[in-house]
Design a protein around this ligand. Structure first.
Ligand code: ADE
Length: 227
């Protein structure tokens, strides 16, 4: 079973995201074990302090190195990690290829810090993968951790049911966007759906889906300045 550890200064923020819907089911089915460690549990001083003022000045507080080192070293004493992931706006842009790669591994560790909020020696000493989930700044790495975990866990065999299969998803076999989907009612508030989907004509439906996929993929490339 895959194991994913997360270290966070605000572990409560991950309780609901990691214990809802498919991620919840994946853990119940013993496809993955996800453990969130509270950084504060590894602060051994009287006040359990986890942050401090930055050297050289500047706004805001930094997460101190010692609790991270204590927690990570304890985890590393127990097992090897295939990847120690550090979400940061300065990292490599996350994509499906990276998710596919992570999904084949045994043990992942994600260090959720804060932008400008974590002593850089933690990254320097432990991070094997610095990952950005996009060109914007979040309040912390927890949301990035959720995104990475979600995209990885759904790829583990047996997590999705056949009907939810990840195999023909958008972006699974390269950068392909799927045709749109519709369900009942066939007409709603005057809004119709494509007739062909009601035709029962398998070949025509297949051709329509391919055509739509092509159009949407081209549009997607254009609006994102790709190729
Ligand atoms: N932490 C703050 N912003 C982030 C981003 N865009 N990607 C990953 N981690 C982050």
């Amino acid at each position: 079973m895959m194991r994913i550890d997360v270290i966070s200064a605000v572990p409560d923020s991950l309780i609901s995201p990691l214990n809802t819907s498919i991620l919840k089911r994946a853990q119940e089915r013993k496809k993955v074990e996800i453990l969130v460690h509270n950084l504060r549990d590894y602060a051994y001083d009287k006040h359990k302090q986890i942050d401090d003022k930055p050297f050289g000045g500047g706004a805001g507080m930094l997460l101190k190195p010692e609790p991270f080192f204590e927690c990570i070293e304890r985890l590393l004493n127990e097992r090897k990690y295939d990847h120690i992931i550090f979400p940061t706006p300065g990292g490599k842009f996350y994509d499906q290829k990276m998710a596919n790669n992570f999904s084949l591994k045994e043990n992942l560790l994600i260090i959720a810090g804060h932008y400008k909020g974590i002593d850089d020696r933690v990254r320097e000493k432990f991070a094997t993968d610095e990952i950005s989930i996009g060109r914007y700044v979040l309040t912390g790495g927890e949301i990035a951790a959720w995104i990475i975990i979600d995209s990885v866990v759904r790829l583990i065999p047996g997590v999705l049911n056949d009907s939810e299969s990840a195999l023909n998803d958008s972006l699974m076999d390269g950068d392909i966007i799927e045709a749109p989907y519709y369900t009942r009612p066939a007409e709603y508030k005057g809004l119709k759906m494509p007739e062909v989907l009601l035709s029962g004509h398998e070949k025509k439906i297949k051709d329509w889906k391919e055509e739509q996929s092509k159009i949407l993929t081209e549009k997607w490339k254009k609006i994102n300045n790709l190729e």
